[in-house]
Design a binder for this molecule. Structure first.
Ligand code: ADP
Ligand code: MN
Ligand code: MN
Ligand code: MN
Length: 337
């Protein structure tokens, strides 16, 4: 028998964005347990803003499983939070996602690495040189000295976990980075983003570095962080068409406020119309337009209005479950003919 270290991971009840939580259960088994063999568990919801002290148990329902390369016989268990009666807890945004195995999402997660209260590579006082050479840059003056270690170790951990990473790059501001995750199924990419965030935050502990997900941590002429969300359904990929596309964009315009409400806090600081964004109170779409709310890739038009679209508004701190949930809800309201 082997003792497996199962890290149960869930989202707490904090507003406006949840925090990641995790605790370890040791389970003895002859071989690594599969998802269906992993037991439900519970936690004290009164310590996570998910319950009152008198009636504090919340349930953890395992929903996705990943190998944990940083631990011997380790597994990461992504969980949904349930009420004691087994219904989804109000904080359980994953349970609100319309199930569509043919929905595909690609999230581009941008973030800052912070050391000693400032982005990695920023001098103790003042600012480094202006933005220009940091994006996809190389060399000490562009990326500093430990960021690359963190980013590479994180990539190793994510690939070992089976997360569908598509790529990584240094971003426009000093200390700012991005990873892209693609997944088929309405919750798959969002599960992967949460686990990738977890692995990054846990990895950074030993470097005394924090992961700053706020969408505009430095005011002034420094890029904010987004989580561009690329999405497609089977209908969009295989049928699509100009009329359907225009109906879809009309629905996105109509539900602009509902989308912005779940696209991350303080987004008005980032969606200003500058730094490759559309302003928060406008909705627009455009071919290859990085200043639009929704960017339409060239391939979409050349394939007869078929393929995926990029919603550029979600920010780095948004909950990908809520983002995917809202996008699929709006799509579901648009007639296909
Ligand atoms: P950019 O930085 O130019 O916006 P990226 O290459 O960083 O582009 O991101 C594009 C994203 O689009 C990738 O994460 C990819 O997973 C995603 N994507 C590609 N095809 C599809 C599709 N058919 N449906 C949903 N997402 C897709
Ligand atoms: Mn990108
Ligand atoms: Mn980017
Ligand atoms: Mn993008």
């Amino acid at each position: 028998m082997t003792k497996y270290r199962l890290e149960y991971i869930w989202l707490d009840g904090y507003q406006p964005v949840p925090n990641l939580r995790g605790k370890t259960k040791i389970v003895e088994s002859i071989s690594p347990p599969s998802l269906s063999e992993i037991p439900q568990w519970n936690f004290d919801g009164s310590s996570t803003q998910q319950a009152e002290g008198k009636f504090s148990d919340c349930l953890l329902k395992p929903v996705a499983l990943y190998p944990d390369a940083s631990r011997t016989n380790g597994l990461l268990v992504m969980c949904e939070v349930l009420n004691p009666d087994g219904t989804p807890h109000p904080s359980n945004s994953r349970a609100t996602i319309l199930d569509d195995p043919d929905a595909w999402f690609g999230f581009e997660q941008e973030y800052f690495l912070y050391y000693d209260g400032r982005p990695l590579g920023f001098p103790e006082k003042g600012y480094p040189g202006p933005q220009g050479t940091y994006y996809t840059g190389v060399g000490y003056k562009n990326v500093g000295n430990i960021a690359r270690n963190i980013v590479e170790e994180h990539l190793d951990l994510c690939l070992a976990a089976g997360i569908n990473h598509e790529g990584i790059n240094a971003e426009v501001a000093m200390g700012q980075w991005e990873f892209q995750i693609f997944g088929k199924g309405s919750a798959k990419a969002a599960d992967d983003v949460w686990i990738a965030r977890y692995l990054l935050m846990r990895l950074c502990e030993k470097y005394h570095v924090d992961v700053e997900l706020h969408c505009k941590p430095i005011r002034g002429d420094w890029n904010g962080s987004g989580m561009h969300t690329n999405f497609s359904t089977k209908f969009m990929r295989e049928v699509g068409g100009k009329d359907y596309f225009e109906r879809l964009m009309a629905a996105f315009e109509k539900y602009r406020d509902e989308h912005i409400a779940v696209y991350g806090p303080d987004n008005e600081l980032r969606l200003t119309g500058l730094h490759e964004t559309q302003s928060i109170d406008k909705f627009s779409y455009g071919l290859a337009d990085r200043g639009a709310s929704i960017r339409v890739p060239h391939s979409f038009i050349s394939n007869g209005y078929r393929g995926y679209l990029e919603d550029r508004r979600p920010n780095s701190q948004a909950d990908p479950y809520q983002v995917a949930s809202r996008i699929l809800k709006t799509i579901s309201l648009v007639p296909t003919a």
